[in-house]
Design a binder for this molecule. Sequence first.
Ligand code: GLP
Length: 252
Amino acid sequence: MEPGSRGSRNGIDVRTFATQADACEAAAAEIAAIIETGPAVLGLAAGRTPVGVYDALVARHAKGLSFARVETFNLDEWWPIDLQSPASFHRFMHASLFDRVDLPRGKRHVPNGTIAADRLDAHCREYEAKIAAAGGIDLQLLGIGRNGHVGFNEPGSARDSRTRKVELTASTLEDNAAAFGSVAAVPRHALTMGIGTILAARRLLVLAFGGRKASIVEAMVKGAPGEAVPATLLRGHPKLELYCDAEAAILL
Ligand code: GLP
């Protein structure tokens, strides 16, 4: 697809942008529009992909956008992990967004990577209950892993899966080795919202940037839907949007 174009592909509203910065600015504008209309519940993502969106939201905050009536739920977290580990999504979210805007302290939720094994199931159920108590997620921001994972829903994840502990695949461990110093240092497990949790959000905004995402973007948009590529399970959601830069959209 040409940069600057927009079209529906297999029920996905696909927008392509000349640059990653343009796509992040457009995503921030959509999120800001939701925040400006009243109380909002946002689903957030970690990873390199959404950093530009958080920077654009912080820039809007400097010009008056308030997060005082916003509640957020992150998709996932490594397990187990020390919250202050440089690679924890908890720490990443504080550095990228939470410490830079006026989002109330009690309204920022990230699955707890320090939770004891015998408390895991209860913690995951409580996370789902908190999302429900907040009224559900208005917009869920998502990246996509090179193997098609969304959150940490690895291939084989069920369409109706909910927040739970998952075992990570070799490709995910390799993709994240740099953040931990080596593949061996990457936690083998994670906590993640399920595909069913994500599908319950009222709007899904998937971001994909760079040539390394081009083939998985092609599979998400054009491939047969199924558990082998979890991102395809999002198809059928009534408000599913995909923002790509030119490189990620090259095979569309
Ligand atoms: C990570 C996260 C996902 C993220 C994806 C892509 O492992 N669990 O939530 O969307 O993989 O990461 P990146 O944005 O760094 O390419």
